[in-house]
Design a protein around this ligand. Structure first.
Ligand code: PRX
Length: 690
């Protein structure tokens, strides 16, 4: 087995095996949770697109047994400039690396364009006057709205600008912006030209941004003067300048143009640093371009975008999503998972810097001609009633949010929620991390007044769109449970030997067979894609998550089974944080684990050993946190830094994270077997050093 795959497998087994194995860093659902069934509220069920589990089962079966018929029909709902080769299977794939190159192809030979399907198709059908985006700024009182025609024109102008800079099909453009309307507009402009966009979350530091720019060799960078989140001002242009300096220093700069949106409400023009010849003001320039721009017809398997995500090892991977499969899957999941119907106002609170913002702020909703709210700010600014104020203001009917934000609001009490009507709401969604039954109940009972189903949707950057989720209306919910796989998604639960388990069980979550939305490769490193996802369990896509399946066949996600952390819904690699810490001259070693955190879901706990000349101090802790902020971003800074004389290692030198997780959780009496440690006394020293 390839060494990388082997390392991952070892780490998975360490989680799954042994009596004290910390299968997930969070607790698994209790058996009472399995019994806690919440029926779909009657009024909702009467109008939902799907009304029974048997209806779902029929469709599910068809998607698995007749993918040509099922997915062919779904795909036919979009415009194809040339239909895929219908004489061949709609999908062709190989998940078994022993049989050759791992690959996935859907709708091969078809030509389409995602931007055309998201905008032109609706405008040409006479819906251009319908509202596309409703934007709410960070500060109350700042808002804007755009119809489908407006968005199309703006997208064409940006696309024409990019063309004028000689950006062509297959080139990469990096987008580093806060949640202003120009962010999804920029994404769509790239999609129109067949240019691969790489959106980098505006919370990443200049060093992270530089790494991503260099990796994808971006030609153009799109940004804005500054970002605003609550009371904080993020100096995005400064961060960009610094990132481009780093790229230049590394001698590899390809960015010739930096287009800067002047959001003067955040930062006045005079305060924005400028590099003549490279930097261009967005408003002054883009508005001069034509509002018509021809579409680049793309082969279904051409790349649409790339998005970096963290794994347990190595630098972030630029996952590539394809034009045809992603479009069909994003659009179809949006419709069914959110039960989207005409007249709905949809609000996904995610940032476009993450996959949720790609699929359910930008592509999925627009492919369905939905009206979407985009919010620049945070749920607690100026106070914890902001979300509900926005819900009432725009009459939001579907709200899709992350548990970390829901927990933050729950901690502020019910009263502030009840100050607002929220009568427009009919469906609530959750994504990105496990939602505990308690938080689920609060969301359902207080925010949705037991009138709106809550859908707990499980998926990943790699999967493109939802994979396991209630289809609201079709079957009862269980608080904290993602329930059943989406049409055609074949979930498999494995034991530690890789044997498929049947019936109620607990183990490792894998997927059999290809679905249209799966990422096709890692940019520039296909073997990393194969090693990370397909070599751990032969012939299957390995998710990195553990799960339980109950007697109803419902899937309960128990959390990551590898060394990936999920902090406030942000996926963070332990290896990356460790790498940042050890770059401090006084840090000789670092081991990072997650621990349960009331608001963030998981917090970051770092064990750090210092060089002999260093003295532990709060100032040093601050320096270490700062170095992580600088190299990755503020969201990755460890909450706890624990000085360690040394780290617990096996005789072969491997750090036993299982023990560190127990110490971080303060479960000292439940450390488990330490006999395989090279020096068991290390554990006592660590506990004493608390
Ligand atoms: O561990 C799972 C967790 O988030 C991981 C994927 O993170 P990312 O690629 O950043 O995508 C997040 C948004 C889709 C998964 O491997 N996760 C995601 N949704 C859930 C979840 N864990 C539990 N329940 C969920 N609903």
């Amino acid at each position: 087995m390839d060494p990388l795959a082997e390392r991952r497998l070892r780490s998975v087994l360490e989680h799954l095996l042994g009596p004290e194995s910390n299968r997930s860093v969070r607790s698994s659902p209790t058996s009472e949770a399995y019994e806690d069934v919440v029926q779909v509220p009657g009024d909702f069920a009467k109008k939902s697109l799907l009304s029974s589990r048997s209806q779902y089962e029929q469709l599910y079966e068809e998607a698995v047994t007749n993918p040509d018929g099922f997915w062919g029909r779904v795909a036919a709902g979009y415009f194809w400039q040339k239909l895929w080769d219908t004489s061949k299977p709609v999908c062709n794939y190989n998940f078994d690396a022993d049989k050759g190159r791992v690959f996935v192809e859907w709708f091969k030979g078809g030509f389409t364009n995602v931007c055309y399907n998201a905008l032109d198709r609706h405008v040409l059908a006479g819906y251009g006057h319908e509202l596309c985006f409703l934007w709410e700024g960070n500060d109350p009182g700042q808002s804007a709205q755009l119809t489908y025609s407006d968005v199309l024109k703006k997208v064409c102008q940006v696309a024409n600008f990019l063309r004028s800079k000689n950006v062509k099909k297959g080139d990469r453009v990096c987008i580093y912006m806060s949640m202003i309307l120009e962010l999804p507009i920029a994404m769509l402009a790239c999609a129109r030209l067949g240019v691969i966009h790489s959106v980098v979350f505006a919370g990443f530091s200049s060093e992270s941004l530089a790494g991503r720019i260099l990796d994808c060799q971006a030609k153009v960078l799109l940004t804005c003067a500054a970002g605003r989140r609550g009371n904080k001002l993020l100096p995005l242009k400064d961060i960009v300048d610094h990132a481009l300096e780093i790229c230049l220093r590394d001698g590899n700069l390809r960015v010739e143009t930096c287009l800067v949106y002047e959001n003067s409400f955040a930062l006045p023009r005079q305060k924005v640093s400028w590099v003549e010849g490279r930097d261009i003001w967005w408003q002054e320039t883009v508005s001069r371009f034509s509002v018509d721009c021809p579409v680049e017809w793309m082969e279904a398997e051409d790349p649409l975008f790339m998005l970096y995500t963290s794994g347990s090892t190595g630098k972030p991977k630029g996952l590539i999503h394809s034009v045809g499969g992603y479009m069909v899957y994003a659009g179809f999941t949006f419709k069914h998972v959110f039960d989207h119907q005409r007249g709905d106002i949809f609000w996904c609170t995610a940032d476009c810097g993450w996959i949720t913002g790609h699929t359910y702020v930008t592509y999925g909703p627009l492919l369905n001609r939905a009206t979407c709210v985009i919010f620049e700010g945070v749920p607690t600014f100026p106070d914890a009633g902001r979300w509900w104020e926005i819900v009432d203001k725009y009459q939001v009917s579907i709200l899709y949010a992350a548990p970390t934000a829901i927990r933050t609001l729950a901690a502020q009490g019910d009263e502030i929620v009840r100050k607002y009507s929220r009568k427009s709401l009919r469906l609530l969604g959750s994504v990105g991390e496990p939602i505990s039954p308690k938080t689920w109940r609060w969301y359902y009972e207080v925010c949705g007044e037991s009138r709106c189903p809550v859908i707990d949707t499980w998926w990943q950057t790699e999967t493109g769109a939802c994979m396991i989720s209630p289809l609201p209306g079709a079957w009862p919910m269980k608080p904290g449970c993602a329930t059943l796989p989406f049409f055609g998604v074949q979930t498999v639960v494995l034991d530690q030997e890789g044997k498929e388990l049947h019936g109620p069980c607990e183990g490792y979550l894998c997927i059999k067979g290809a679905w249209p939305g799966i990422a096709r490769t890692v940019y520039g490193d296909h073997s990393r894609y194969e090693n990370t996802y397909f070599k751990i369990w032969k012939g299957l896509y390995s998710t990195g998550d553990g799960c339980r399946r109950d007697a109803d066949g419902f899937i309960w996600i128990t959390g990551r089974v590898d060394d990936v952390l999920n902090v406030s819904g942000h996926r963070i690699s332990t290896g990356e944080v460790e790498g940042a810490l050890v770059s401090h001259p006084h840090c000789t070693e670092a081991a990072v684990v997650g621990y349960d955190h009331d608001v963030k879901g998981q917090g970051i706990y770092a064990f750090v050993t210092l060089s002999h000349e260093a003295t532990p101090s709060d100032a040093l802790k601050k320096q270490l946190r700062d170095i992580v902020r600088k190299q990755i971003g503020a969201f990755a800074a460890p909450e706890v830094i624990h000085w360690a004389v040394s780290l617990p290692r096996t005789r072969s030198g491997k750090i036993m994270r299982r023990i560190l997780r127990k110490i971080a959780a303060r479960q000292y009496t439940d450390i488990g077997d330490t006999s395989s440690l090279a020096d068991p006394s290390v554990v006592e020293d660590l506990i004493k050093g608390m």
